[in-house]
Design a protein. Structure first.
Length: 226
């Protein structure tokens, strides 16, 4: 377990250090200044020595059999890259929704719909070797998945909730317009897509986002009216 502390302002580093002092499998790295998720995750990737890599942010949770189930599927089917469904929880830890996933996604699929939750992904470095996230403020995880899918034909989804994503109003991913801007940046500057292709994929991305956020709200309103 490699934990990168990106200049947290609470007692996180002290808590981790207390565990790492008694368990050599836990390694704490503290960054000298706040660098953002891409730098922190890339530092962990750089130091990782295990065959498989998976990510978990400090406010999210893995369910107890998450790694066990995914590794079993990878080994049984010779998959190099898998992900799963996940629950959405509020700041108190109450589940209020579930995000399902397709059976598999390709590079083009992921450009249309970013269906891989960072907290659910796991990939095999024996197949991909060392691959880093692009150094952008948001969507760096999507950038990594796209890099992997340029080598592998598919990432495979397990439509069982194996993790819990905490939704906070002040989180960096809460601003949808800002996230959309970084998605466009990823298409144009990281992936190098043409303007036409970027517009094509961004239209799919935007429509899917509207369907995911607006239709459930409309259904609730219609339910109340009925």
């Amino acid at each position: 377990m490699i934990i990168v502390d990106d200049c947290s302002t609470d007692c996180s580093a002290a808590v981790v250090r207390a565990f790492s002092d008694h368990d050599p499998r836990i390694k704490l790295i503290t960054l000298s200044f706040n660098s953002g998720a891409a730098v922190a995750r890339n530092k962990a990737i750089e130091l990782a020595e295990g065959r498989y890599i998976a990510f978990l942010d400090s406010d999210d949770l893995w369910l107890p059999q998450k790694l066990e189930k995914q590794l079993a599927i990878m080994k049984a089917n010779d998959y190099s890259f898998v992900f799963s469904a996940y629950d959405k929880i509020d700041q108190e830890g109450h589940v209020f929704g579930c995000v399902g996933v397709p059976d598999k996604v390709s590079y083009a699929d992921l450009l249309k719909i970013p269906s891989i939750g960072c907290l659910t992904a796991i990939y095999d470095t024996d197949y991909f070797e060392t691959v880093y996230m692009p150094l952008i403020r948001k969507r760096q995880d999507l950038g990594l998945w796209l890099k992997l899918l340029k080598k592998a034909n598919y990432a495979y989804g397990l439509n069982e909730s194996l993790a819990q994503y905490r939704v906070r109003t002040d989180s960096i991913s809460a601003n949808k317009a800002n996230a959309a801007m970084y998605t466009w940046l990823l298409y144009r500057e990281v992936e190098g897509l043409s303007l036409i292709k970027s517009c094509y994929y961004f239209t799919h991305y935007a429509v899917n986002g509207l369907l995911r956020t607006k239709l459930p709200a409309l259904a609730r309103v219609l339910g109340v009216l009925n």
